[in-house]
Design a protein around this ligand. Sequence first.
Ligand SMILES: Nc1ncnc2c1ncn2[C@@H]1O[C@H](COP(=O)(O)OP(=O)(O)OP(=O)(O)O)[C@@H](O)[C@H]1O
Ligand SMILES: [Mg+2]
Length: 333
Amino acid sequence: MTDLAIETEGLVKVFGTNRAVDGIDLRVPAGTVYGVLGPNGAGKTTAVKMLATLLRPDGGRARVFGKDVVEDADTVRGRVSLTGQYASVDEDLTGTENLVLLGRLLGHGRSAARERSAQLLEAFGLAEASDRQVKNYSGGMRRRIDIAASILNVPDLLFLDEPTTGLDPRSRNQVWDIVRAVVAQGTTVLLTTQYLDEADQLASRIAVIDHGKVIAEGTKGELKASVGSGSVRVRLRDPEQRAEAERVLTTALDATVQLDPDPVALTATLDGRGTGLGAAEQAARALTELARAGIMVDDFGLGQPSLDEVFLALTDRAPAARTPAHDPKETPA
Ligand SMILES: Nc1ncnc2c1ncn2[C@@H]1O[C@H](COP(=O)(O)OP(=O)(O)OP(=O)(O)O)[C@@H](O)[C@H]1O
Ligand SMILES: [Mg+2]
């Protein structure tokens, strides 16, 4: 049996009449990045706060490394760290001052705190900014110092609540590298995100939550497979043959066929359940049937379903659009 870093059963949090977390069951294997994916208001932060002992559950139970988050809250607190969506460093202090102060609060001696602080600032690319006040940091630097602060003591379990929301692509990649480095040291990471590509990049398993409930859970491969096996995109020689090609593909593959804006292109979304064939076999069948019908194909491609398609299929809604922050000051906290 794999060790579980987190195990919840029917976890509930109610605010007034709003069941923000409405019966969540999670099993997070130790030593991995586990993604909790959901739109605004899905209940991600509320769930994380209960797991980090900052909020008391109204129902169900949750264990962190086998310890109950209510009954053994102190033990749990000793093993976890949280980088919040609404983070913790002091704006008026410099990077170094923040980390040294927090290190001292965690019980490090003065020189140990200074040493660890310098080490983290260096590792996170903040050495040059170490003597500047945090209020003058860009959004990306700010997020990195937040994560640095949360791993002053290397925790067994790190909660990262939307660590890259509002960051530009470069800063986002830096945060991703940090997450990978943290996991390589043996820390389990529970990462919440609204971004499918982020979960795709970092997480080995993903729970999709919406309205306080887990609506899908599995490895990335399992989630993708749950919406079908992919798609076949075909480009024809002659746009006049497109209507006929659409009919042939619909029948041959038992698939939904979309006409692309390009007048010679069409895409069949494969549904692995129906035919029992893999994507490649279905593509072969599609090409055979098109040839048999006398339709000339210039080009074709096979696509894997994206996590975006998974999300859309599960929630009937498009996922959050990524909006890079142009002005770091406007970065959501
Ligand atoms: N302290 C609170 N008091 C009342 N309602 C709350 C409180 N905290 C959260 N909620 C509500 O609970 C629901 C879930 O909120 P939560 O912050 O957990 O969502 P989230 O998934 O983290 O969203 P986001 O992506 O916007 O951060 C929302 O409807 C929110 O308005
Ligand atoms: Mg949140």
